[in-house]
Design a binder for this molecule. Sequence first.
Ligand code: ADP
Length: 461
Amino acid sequence: RSSVVSVAPILTKLQKECATPLPVLRHVADAMTADMRAGLVADGGSDLQMILSYVDSLPTGNEKGLFYALDLGGTNFRVLRVQLGGKDERVVATEFDQVSIPQELMFGTSEELFDFIASGLAKFAKKEGGKYHLPRGRKREIGFTFSFPVKQTSVDSGILIKWTKGFAVSGTAGKDVVACLNEAMQRQGLDMQVSALVNDTVGTLAGARYWDDDVMVAVILGTGTNACYVECVDAIPKLKGHNSTSGRTIINTEWGAFSNGLPLTQFDREMDAESINPGEQIFEKTISGMYLGEIVRRVLVKTAEAGDLFGESVPEKLSTPFVLRTPDICAMQQDNSQDLVDVESILYDVVGLKSNLNARKIVLEVCDTIVKRGGRLAGAGIVGILQKMEEESKGLIYGKRTVVAMDGGLYEHFSQYRRYLQDAVTELLGSEISKNVVIEHTKDGSGIGAALLAASNSKYE
Ligand code: ADP
C-alpha cells in the first residue's frame, strides 16, 4: 500500500465535498434569508427559532448611573458593575469578578444554584466603592445574561426551556429565571432588581452599539455559534400585539440550528450521529470551535486507516473523540517553519501520530479544507442576515456603513478562519457594497452590554 496512492483520493474527495465556490455560498446565504423569514412568521416555522428579545431600545451613549450585570452561560458566572457618565464621560468606572460554579450545584436544585449566584452577587455588591453612586430611592438594577434556551416573555422575564452545556439542575425548566433569581436575592436580603434578561449575542450587540451607532448585527463564534440583529417590527408576523416605540427590535436567530444547503461530508454525518444532539445544530457543527478539530480528527483516522502515511497502525490517542481541538488546528496552521516542526510535535503529542514532511503537508491540507469551509459558510450566514435586513429597508443596509460585531474565541484567535469569513462576505456582496460592511471584533462586549441594556430598559426612566 503506497501512502500517496491510497490517501490522495480521500483528500480529493474531501476537498470536492467541502468546496464553497460562489454559487454554493449564494445558495447558503439565500437559504439563511428564507429560513429567517419563515421563522418570523410563526414559532416552529423553520430551523431558526428567531426568538424575540423584547429589546427595542439599544444603548445610545447617553446612559447615566450605576448598573450591574450578571452573566451565567457556563461553568463560571461573572458579575460586573459600571458607572455610566453619559455622552461625554461614558464609562466612568467598571469592575468585575468571576466565580466558578461548584460541580455539585450543576446537578442540584434550582434554589441551591440561584442561592449560590445571589450570594456571589451580594458579596460583590458589598464591595461597591467610591466611584459608584446610586441615586436615593432607587434599587440597583441588573442586566442578566443567561445563555441557555429561554422563551422570552418580556424584556425582563423568560422561561427556561431546558438546561444545556452539562447543567442538570432540577426545578428550573418551565420557570421564569428572573423570578428564580429575584426569590434567591430576597432570601439573601439583597435589594436589587433585574431590568433586562438578555441572550449573550444581544448583550454583544448592545455593548458594541454603545460605541458605534452603525452596529446592526452581532455574531458569536466560540465553542458554539449564534447571531442576532435589528429587525423592523413590521417584518415580524408572529409579534402579535407587542408594540415597539422604535419600530425595531432585536431578534436572536439561534442560527446554529440552520441546516439548509450546507456542503457536508461523511465525516460530518458520522460526527452528528454520534453526538449528544443528533440532527440538531448542524450549522454550529460545521462552523464553530467545538467541532472543527473533531472533523479534522475524523478525516485523519480515515487517512491513517487507508494507507501507511502515518505508519502501520492507527494510534489509540487518535481514536479518542475530541482530543484534537480547534486551537491545535490553529497552531498547526501557524507553523511557518520549513520542516513543519510544530505540526510534527502537535501530531505526535496530541494524537500520537509519527509523521514525515509529506504526511504533515497532507494534514495541513485537511485542516485548511475544514477551516476554509467553516469560515466561508459563517460569512455566507452573515450575508444571509444582511440580505434579510436590506429586504426590509432598501438601501438602509447596503447604502451606508453597517457594522457586524463579532465575538468569541474562534473569531478572536483564528486569523485564517477570520480571513476566509471576510473573503466570502466580500465575494458575495461584491467589492462596492462590501466597502460599507464592516466586520469587527468586539471583545467582551456582552458583559457591559447587559448592564447597558439594564440602563436603557431602566424601571426608573
Ligand atoms: P465560549 O464560546 O466557550 O463561551 P469563547 O468565546 O472564549 O468561549 O470561545 C472558546 C472557543 O474558542 C474554544 O472552545 C475554541 O474552540 C475556540 N478557540 C479558543 N482559542 C482558539 C485558538 N487559539 N484558535 C482557534 N480556536 C480557538
